[in-house]
Each structure stands twice: as structure tokens, then as C-alpha cells.
Design a protein around this ligand. Structure first.
Ligand code: RIB
Length: 301
């Protein structure tokens, strides 16, 4: 597989994670296990996945504060081989995510944006965007930056948008998207009243050329304009922690597309990587190696 260039534009967080028997309901207090402080943020997680599991030449465009959380984040990014010279330092604390994880591996997350609200496209960022094969963004940073990053990519480079967390998208952003990646909740938010995930995927594919809907243990759906969605199964695994599994999927998908893979092949590989990620605790800590993904793809039915 040849190596492609991926630029991820997105958030970096320190994840404060507590294991709980059940997630608290509004107004409720629950006791949890020990606090873990780990590297996270959808943008950083996806960059680590593109580099480590996907083998892509990966640059992250992001913003960090001047704090210990920033050092934790940079250590994880550089350890995975992500280029960090387009990561700015700002006088605002690094983003923080408060995460509870229940015994079935499901999580609940609240994010304090912090420095993520101050991401900007530096000259280095623009240079990398102009050389990228794939630009990948999510929605934990200002929409204007996502828009500007899509517009700054070189002609022919693909723009992959992971619309997470979901929010209404302006028309000029819809028109930039080549591949939209959403989970079923985000699909329902963006295609209200669709009445089913396949219909939602097909409806979204009327707005962008390719839509990928991740379905957890059920794999994913790939919808292309004018075609009924195709199901792509994922390997069966025992879930320990689903935090960041969708990010692993997106990073590996972007790396595959940047390397020239067909969408369905890239989605299959991404599904294997995402399934491996849920078997381990943490976000970036759970991203598998490229060798583990290759072995998983070989073993998949
Ligand atoms: O997608 C998982 C990520 O969402 C976590 O790492 C957390 O930081 C939030 O951004």
C-alpha cells in the first residue's frame, strides 16, 4: 500500500475518564472507579489513527494551551508519528473531556472546548492542506475553520467530514464534502424524519457523493448518490471501551483513501481497526498498529 498524505483539522483534549456501573441520570450522583487522565480529542485521536493504524503521512492542525495537558497530548501525537508543526499554542487551557465508561464499554462525554475554540490555519497548516491527498475534519472546532480548511485543500484532494458532534451544516460546507462519516444518531440529526438508518444514509447521499454510517458492532453502511446503501460488516469483538473507536475508524478510512484505496476497501479496513480499538481502554491508547489491522483484515470473513 502506498503512503498518502492526510491532514486532520480538529480538536485535542485531555480525557478525564471514570469507570461507572451506570451513567448518572440528570440530578443523580454515582460513584466511580479511579480517575484516568489520557490523551484524547476527536482530531488528535483521528490523526493518531491515520498515522499509527493507517500508515499515512499525517499532519494535525489544532490548538493547545501552555499546560500539562498539552504536553500529554503532544507526547501521544509525536509517539504515533503525527506531524505537530501546525499545532498552535494559545493562552487558553487545552480542551478537556469528562468521560464516564460503563461495563458494556459505552461512554458519555462532555467537552470543555478550551483552546479548541481558537484553532486557526497558520501558514504551515495552509501549506500542508495544499499538499494533502485527504483533509479530515470533525465538529469540535469552529465551523469557520472547518470550512476554511476544506476550501484550502488542493484541487482533487478529498474532504472527509466526520460530523461529530452533529450540528446543522451550512450549504457551502455540504457542497465541499466528498465523504461524510456519521454514526446513526448523527445521521438521524442530519436527516430528520428519515425513519430508518438506511433511508437516512440514502437521503444524506443526495447531498454528498459518499456517506458512511458507522453502526458499532453491526459494521457500517456505505451510501453513494443514487444507490441503495451497501452493508459492510465488522468483526465481532468484546467491547471494553468504545471511546475513540469512531475516531480510529475515521483516521484509518482517511489513510486508506489517501493511499488510493477504493471506498469499500478503505471502509472494511477502518471497520477492523475500529473493532480492535473497542477491545482496549482509552482513545489514542486503544488505536491498533498497522500490523494488527492487516492481520485483522486477513482474518475477517
Ligand atoms: O471521540 C472520542 C473523543 O471525544 C474523546 O477522546 C474526547 O476527547 C472527545 O473529543
Amino acid at each position: 500500500m502506498s503512503v498518502g498524505k492526510v491532514v486532520v483539522v480538529g480538536s485535542v483534549n485531555v480525557d478525564l475518564v471514570v469507570a461507572v456501573e451506570r451513567h448518572p441520570a440528570p440530578g443523580q450522583t454515582v460513584l466511580g472507579g479511579d480517575l484516568r487522565r489520557t490523551a484524547g480529542g476527536k482530531g488528535a485521536n483521528q490523526a493518531v489513527a491515520a498515522a499509527r493504524a493507517g500508515g499515512a503521512d499525517t499532519t494535525l492542525v489544532a490548538a493547545l494551551g501552555h499546560d500539562t495537558a498539552a504536553e500529554l497530548a503532544l507526547g501521544s501525537l509525536t509517539g504515533a508519528g503525527v506531524r505537530t508543526d501546525a499545532v498552535q499554542r494559545v493562552d487558553v487551557p487545552t480542551g478537556t473531556a469528562l468521560i464516564t465508561v460503563s461495563p458494556d464499554g459505552e461512554n458519555a462525554i462532555v467537552v470543555a472546548a478550551g483552546a479548541n475554540a481558537h484553532v486557526a490555519l497558520t501558514a504551515t497548516a495552509r501549506e500542508r492542506l495544499a499538499q494533502a491527498d485527504v483533509v479530515l475534519a470533525q465538529l469540535e472546532i469552529p465551523l469557520d475553520v472547518v470550512r476554511a480548511a476544506a476550501a484550502a485543500r488542493r484541487p482533487g484532494a478529498r474532504f472527509v467530514l466526520n460530523a461529530a458532534p452533529s450540528r446543522p451544516l451550512p450549504d457551502d460546507l455540504w457542497s465541499q464534502v466528498d465523504v461524510l462519516v456519521v454514526n446513526e444518531h448523527e445521521a438521524a440529526d442530519l436527516a430528520p424524519g428519515a425513519g430508518g438508518v438506511e433511508v437516512a444514509a440514502a437521503r444524506l447521499a443526495e447531498r454528498v457523493p459518499t456517506v458512511v454510517v458507522t453502526l458499532g458492532a453491526e459494521g457500517s453502511l456505505v451510501a453513494r448518490r443514487g444507490q441503495w446503501p451497501a452493508a459492510v460488516p465488522a468483526p465481532r469483538v468484546r467491547a471494553v471501551d468504545t471511546t475513540g473507536a469512531g475516531d480510529t475508524f475515521c483516521g484509518v478510512l482517511a489513510a486508506g483513501l489517501a493511499a488510493g484505496d477504493d471506498v469499500l476497501d478503505a471502509v472494511r479496513r477502518a471497520g477492523v481497526a475500529g473493532a480492535l480499538a473497542v477491545t482496549r481502554a482509552g482513545a489514542q491508547a486503544a488505536v491498533p498498529s498497522a500490523a494488527e489491522v492487516a492481520a485483522g483484515v486477513g482474518a475477517a470473513p
